[in-house]
Design a protein around this ligand. Structure first.
Ligand SMILES: O=P(O)(O)OC[C@H]1O[C@H](OP(=O)(O)OP(=O)(O)O)[C@H](O)[C@@H]1O
Ligand SMILES: O=c1cc[nH]c(=O)[nH]1
Ligand SMILES: [Mg+2]
Length: 207
């Protein structure tokens, strides 16, 4: 299942991110803001229970977060900006990191780091990566989350290509995807069209 967050604030910020003239500082700020807005949508179904709260006026029952604890997991490098931002909303969440880069020749993911919360099996996992292109990186990351015992996983991306969505639906039909936009296609180098370029390079200024 794919949810596209069509809110005008998200769409406006994403359009500015796409602009080749947007510099590193503004790109980073926008990526953080879009991540918060995506999290608002992705976490819409978090469980709440009614708990007693004493206000200055009276005591009554109000909703409080309950249910499974959360884990935010970033696919390095680019996913880091998303977890860094979203953890502000859910400060009790644990944060994991999966290091993957895409081989420029084969476009396949190459793993170089994996550090996950030891109790990931008991947590609801929100996996972050701004870009879902061929889907190879996200699919491999989800496989390693499942190998570690995770059973509840949502994938949060800023941009996705239909090719990447199809790969996740094929490999991991149980994983919901939340994106700010679903673009047209991939070019011959595996870049999303129209896209926003290389997310990692634009966040970290490495090009
Ligand atoms: O869906 P895919 O075809 O696998 O492509 C998407 C991946 O490519 C980018 O990472 P990159 O390899 O550039 O690494 P970086 O974040 O370290 O720059 C992006 O952040 C995703 O992880
Ligand atoms: O368009 C793309 C595809 C993969 N990775 C990116 O950063 N951008
Ligand atoms: Mg990159």
């Amino acid at each position: 299942m794919v949810t596209v967050v069509t809110h005008p604030l998200v769409q406006h910020k994403l359009s500015v991110m796409r602009d080749v003239h947007t510099g590193v500082k503004e790109f980073r700020e926008l990526a953080s803001e879009v991540s918060l807005l995506l999290a608002y949508e992705a976490m819409r179904d978090l469980e709440v229970t009614q708990e007693e709260v004493t206000t200055p006026i009276t005591t009554a029952e109000f909703p409080m977060l309950s249910g499974k604890k959360l884990a935010l997991v970033a696919i390095l490098r680019a996913g880091l900006i998303m977890t860094d931002s979203i953890v502000q909303l859910v400060p009790a969440a644990k944060v994991g990191h999966i290091g993957l880069y895409r081989d420029p020749e084969t476009l396949g993911p190459v793993a170089y780091y994996n550090k996950l919360p030891t109790d990931i099996a008991e947590r609801r996992v929100f996996l972050t990566d701004p870009m879902l292109a061929t889907g190879g990186s996200a699919s491999a990351a989800i496989a390693s989350l499942k190998a570690a015992g995770a059973t509840s996983i949502k994938l949060m991306c800023i941009l996705a290509a239909p090719e990447g969505v199809a790969v996740i639906e094929r490999d991991h039909p149980d994983v919901e995807i939340v994106v700010a936009a679903l673009d047209s296609h991939l070019n011959d180098h595996g870049y999303i069209v129209p896209g926003l370029g290389d997310a990692g390079d634009r966040i970290y200024g490495t090009k």
